[in-house]
Design a protein around this ligand. Structure first.
Ligand code: NAG
Ligand code: NAG
Length: 401
């Protein structure tokens, strides 16, 4: 009996040490807007400074995450004009950033590997900080004058934009705004695992059927020659495999049977490499076939066409990508496929741009096939300029030789 008890205790300890615990992130509400703070820290504030942050920023009881903003400045000095111009630009460019993220601000030079911001004139900024409710401005540069400002901080590896920081651990998390997918365009929202793969979005807000989609700040990336699609958000028809998440092909049994994928298809990866930001897997007729909405959509509900009374036929089979681009301003591109009209149909039904590149122009590796002799990947966009660049950018280089 005693031996049995010891064996039990040992086996309990054994299983405890092999159990895993993961932070899947949190949903926060700022002025009525839901935000998702990722569970994966992307940088860290030293905790001594984190305590100063707590003192400076009005803390809400029981909430261990505080919004803050990283600002970039290209001029040598930072004063009132730069502060107003920067806030105006962030509000115009980004739907995630709001002035609520300004309670604490970290100022860095936009010349990343170059000098820190050389000087901040605290005295001249004092009133302007009050205008924006900025309780704390911290920078790695020199601060002249006396005020609420605090110097000494260097935070590595952060792009400009809004974030959440945990005062108890110093961990810094990306800020995502949560939108609800009222038209059921998505099968699931996904977020970067910060290691080249993706995780299913674990956050949900309350809606009748709609899922939640989390979009990261557009300020995190800037357009460069290598990243011409920086900041553009996109979703993909759920026949394209994406590393880390399961593919449904519009079929529940396939989703649960196939499990998480190990690789992202080149037609999707190329967009990511060019700077576009993947936010979710989108609805498809089962296996990209020819089902009629809504009669034949049994495993998943057909997405709702945003036009007319909201109950028009959305066409298929790239139904989710077509509906998403028709319905959501916060989504810029959606990748679908066309075998016998699956891009052309939804583009017409939703009143958006859709293209069907020649079969073979775009790699369909890591994509569930329908008929390889006719399958082609395509893209939907509300702007012809944005959509048109997809084919030229994603096309296999071999076809250009
Ligand atoms: C900050 O001030 C020190 C001392 O005056 C000076 O040596 C240093 O170069 C200054 N740093 C910057 C970034 O301007
Ligand atoms: C991913 O790789 C693992 C390990 O090789 C394998 O067991 C699993 O079946 C793969 N998943 C898919 C969807 O191919």
């Amino acid at each position: 009996m005693l031996l049995l008890k010891i064996a039990l205790i040992i086996s309990t300890i054994g299983s405890a040490s092999s159990s895993s615990l993961a932070d899947r992130g949190r949903v926060l509400d700022i002025d009525g807007i839901p935000y998702y703070a990722g569970g994966i820290p992307i940088s860290r504030l030293n905790t001594k400074c984190a305590h100063k942050l707590v003192n400076a920023v009005a803390q809400v009881d029981g909430i261990d995450l505080l919004p803050f903003t990283v600002m970039e400045n290209s001029a040598g000095s930072f004063g009132v004009d730069e502060l107003y111009a920067t806030v105006a630009q962030y509000e115009k460019q980004d739907d995630v950033f709001t002035p609520a993220f300004l309670k604490a601000v970290y100022l860095q030079s936009s010349e990343r590997d170059y000098l820190p911001v050389s000087s901040v004139d605290a005295n001249s900024l004092e009133n302007a900080l009050g205008d924006f409710n900025i309780n704390l401005l911290t920078t790695s540069g020199n601060i002249t004058g006396q005020s609420l400002l605090l110097t000494t901080q260097t935070i590595d590896g952060l792009a400009k934009g809004p974030y959440f920081v945990s005062p108890s651990t110093g961990n810094i998390y990306k800020a995502h705004r949560i939108y609800s997918d009222d038209n059921l365009a998505f099968v699931q929202g996904i977020v970067s695992d910060e290691q080249g793969g993706y995780l299913s979005l674990p956050a949900l807000t309350e809606n009748v059927m709609a899922k939640s989609i989390a979009v990261p700040s557009r300020l995190y990336s800037s357009v460069t020659a290598e990243k011409p699609l920086a900041g553009l958000r996109f979703g993909v028809k759920d026949i394209f495999h994406v590393k880390g998440v399961a593919t449904s092909g519009g079929n529940r049994a396939y989703f649960y049977h196939s499990g998480a994928q190990n690789a992202t298809g080149p037609a999707v990866q190329r967009l990511i490499d060019l700077g576009a930001v993947l936010v979710g897997k989108m609805g498809t007729v089962q296996f990209a076939n020819g089902d009629r909405p809504t009669a034949d959509w049994v495993d998943l509900h057909a997405p709702f066409n945003p036009r007319g009374d909201g109950y028009q036929n959305p066409s298929g089979s790239s139904t989710g990508p077509g509906v998403g681009i028709g319905a959501y301003e916060w989504l810029d591109l959606a990748v679908g496929s066309d075998t016998g009209g699956s891009m052309r149909g939804p583009a017409g039904s939703q009143g958006i741009f859709g293209n069907r590149p020649s079969t073979g122009a775009i790699s369909l590796d890591h994509v569930i096939p329908l008929s390889p002799v006719s399958d082609s990947a395509g893209v939907f966009a509300r702007s012809g300029a944005v959509g048109g660049s997809y084919t030229s950018l994603v096309q296999r280089h071999t076809t250009c030789i």
